[in-house]
Design a protein around this ligand. Structure first.
Ligand code: SF4
Length: 327
């Protein structure tokens, strides 16, 4: 079994707003082994991007990490000062974003932006330029020598995403965080980018944390999945196990909303209601107003996280009772 590279435990993130404190991340725990791909999935506003930003300690103000541990390769990142954190941020842990047009600098040529990243490791400019071209080839940018001289606005969305992935892998990170890496792309380019990420993690033994709202992306690339709702992880497990036997009613509904089967035979389910306001969560289980399987207790007591077996957890009153274990 591969060694654990990242262990997040009991992570709490709070935003102090004019209407009071908002707990955006509530007691989130997960780990990622070397070379493993974990996907965090859930609707917008469920806390998955904030969880990802916490790993790099980049939660924007007025947000603050108020509890928990983020242990990377044996070091609790929350204990480090800012200077020590730069040894990890962008070097050992990199992050790619949903919209590369925002993340790339519009006034610099794409090759220069990769070269600049390589030079952060004190590589001389000529060697860094050759390394940048090599990286652009690795991320399968068409005509890399020509495209390296293009500005971001002269590239297609897929090419820009390849340049950004190139920038982020150019310093050989051990963990790559990809926040909705394919959302802005059309379906064929989306598949190519997922293939590229999958190949890179095998070639470089890199671990991946994918943040997505799309279970199709999870099925394509992830080894394990964590389902988030209202700032908490409500179900985790091996992708095959969760897809074949989802235990949490929210996961079950997400899977029913996933397009499968031949065109014209599709009948997609939608999840009734909307995501709760994190500043005013309902009492008990935050999913209870939308849950068709709720029990009396659900509106009064929030369920604890239950470990079914190592790596498989669920947070729901339906799971764990005597009848569940006798199934
Ligand atoms: Fe539904 Fe209750 Fe489970 Fe929440 S705890 S998901 S309301 S059954």
């Amino acid at each position: 079994m591969a060694a654990k590279l990242l262990e997040v435990s009991g992570l709490e993130v709070q935003f102090d707003t004019s209407s009071g404190p908002v707990r955006a991340v509530r007691g989130v725990s997960f780990d990622i082994a070397e070379g493993e791909v974990l996907a965090l999935v859930g609707e917008s506003g469920c806390g998955k991007s904030t969880t990802a930003l916490s790993i790099l300690r980049l939660v924007p103000r007025p947000g603050e990490i108020t509890g928990g541990r983020i242990v990377f390769d044996g070091v609790n990142l929350l204990d480090l000062d800012e200077c020590s954190m730069t040894q990890y941020r962008g070097k050992q842990i990199s992050m790619i974003f949903q919209n590369p047009l925002v993340a790339l600098n519009p006034v610099y040529r794409s090759g220069f932006q990769v070269q600049e990243a390589v030079m952060l490791d004190k590589v001389p400019p000529d060697r860094a330029w050759r390394a940048a071209l090599n990286v652009l080839k690795q991320v399968r940018l068409p005509d890399p020598e020509d495209r390296a001289r293009s500005y971001p606005h002269e590239l297609s969305g897929g090419m820009r995403q390849r340049v950004m992935i190139g920038m982020m892998i150019s310093r050989f990170p051990r963990l790559l965080i990809a926040d909705e890496p394919t959302t802005a792309l059309d379906v064929t380019i989306q598949a190519q980018i997922l293939d590229l990420l999958d190949d890179l993690r095998h070639e470089k033994r890199m671990s991946l944390l994918i943040i997505t709202h799309d279970l199709g992306v999870v099925a394509d690339i992830a080894d394990r999945v964590g389902v988030m709702y209202a700032g908490a992880l409500v179900e985790t497990g091996d992708v095959t196990e969760v897809f074949e036997k989802p235990l949490h009613p929210y996961t079950q509904l997400l899977l029913k909303a996933l397009p499968r089967g031949p065109k014209n035979e599709l009948r997609l389910e939608s999840i009734p209601g909307g995501v709760p306001n994190l500043s005013n969560l309902p009492p008990g289980c935050p999913f209870h107003p939308r849950c068709q399987r709720r029990l009396d207790i659900c509106s009064k007591v929030e369920p604890e996280t239950l470990e079914i077996h190592p790596g498989r957890t669920v947070r729901c009153h339906l799971v764990g009772g005597e009848s569940f274990w006798k199934r």
